[in-house]
Design a protein. Structure first.
Length: 255
């Protein structure tokens, strides 16, 4: 498949000045989320900035490398719109890396030429949300970006709900442990503090996951009598075989 590319002296979008001047249109509303356009053709980027800025917060860069740097430094963006054929890195390969850096960001391809292999690569590798052909009418682009932002909002909202539910579950389990086995609860608190200090020392990025894992590290001790934990901590006398087995099995009990 080949998308026709019309030569224009102002922009690559198939629309005239008079069609975009004035208000956003009935029912339209400007969106605050930022959108990143990546294209090695300055003409396309200028057109995107000029024709879409009344409704979207547009940022532009001229290479995939600059796009990745922008995402690392200023991301995440609600959507990234990329050309397919760019020097150094294809749009599909670029969008694959975008997905790794910002999984909620909607990824779109805007291109003038799409063959079957490129299309397969865009879908399977870049996991694109929309494929748009140049010249792209502004109305079509606006609809695509609006849908992309709504998808971004939905994914963020679902992630937040899951995050809150998970945090609530961890807190509830920790409170249960505090009631059933205070010794194990305080041990978990100490482990959590040490784990966070160690993670900060090594520059770990997944601090929240580390904190949760440490908080629940002793949850299996709900099945271990507190007296056994106290005796094990003192180390004065050997535990009974049954008590040793119960203590050794607390990670499996938690799992």
């Amino acid at each position: 498949m080949q998308c026709s590319v019309r030569q224009a002296d102002t922009n690559e979008f198939d629309i005239t000045e008079t069609q975009v001047s004035g208000s956003l249109g009935e029912g339209a509303q400007a969106m605050s989320e930022r959108i990143l356009f990546v294209d090695d053709e300055e003409l396309v980027l200028r057109g995107a900035s000029r024709l879409l800025a009344d409704m979207f917060a547009i940022e532009t860069v001229t290479s995939a490398e600059q796009g990745l740097a922008a995402i690392r430094q200023r991301g995440p963006y609600a959507a990234v719109v990329s050309d397919m054929r760019m020097p150094g890195m294809s749009g599909a390969a670029f969008l694959q890396q975008v997905g790794e850096l910002a999984p909620f960001t909607s990824r779109l391809i805007l291109t003038g030429h799409v063959d079957l292999q490129s299309l397969i690569e865009a879908v399977n590798v870049g996991q694109i949300f929309r494929l748009l052909c140049k010249p792209c009418p502004v109305a079509v682009m606006r609809d695509a970006l609006t849908a992309a932002i709504r998808r971004y909002r939905l994914l963020r909202s679902e992630s937040l709900r899951l995050e809150q539910a998970l945090s609530g579950s961890v807190r509830a389990l920790s409170e249960v442990l505090a009631v059933v086995n205070p010794t194990a609860y305080h041990r978990a608190a100490r482990i959590c503090k040490l784990a966070i200090l160690l993670a900060e020392k090594v520059g770990a990025k997944n601090m929240r996951e580390i904190e949760r894992a440490a908080t629940l590290s002793q949850i299996g001790c709900v099945a271990v009598p507190e007296a056994v934990l106290i005796a094990a901590a003192k180390g004065v006398e050997r535990l009974k075989p049954a008590d040793e087995e119960a203590l050794a099995q607390h990670p499996a009990t938690a799992a």
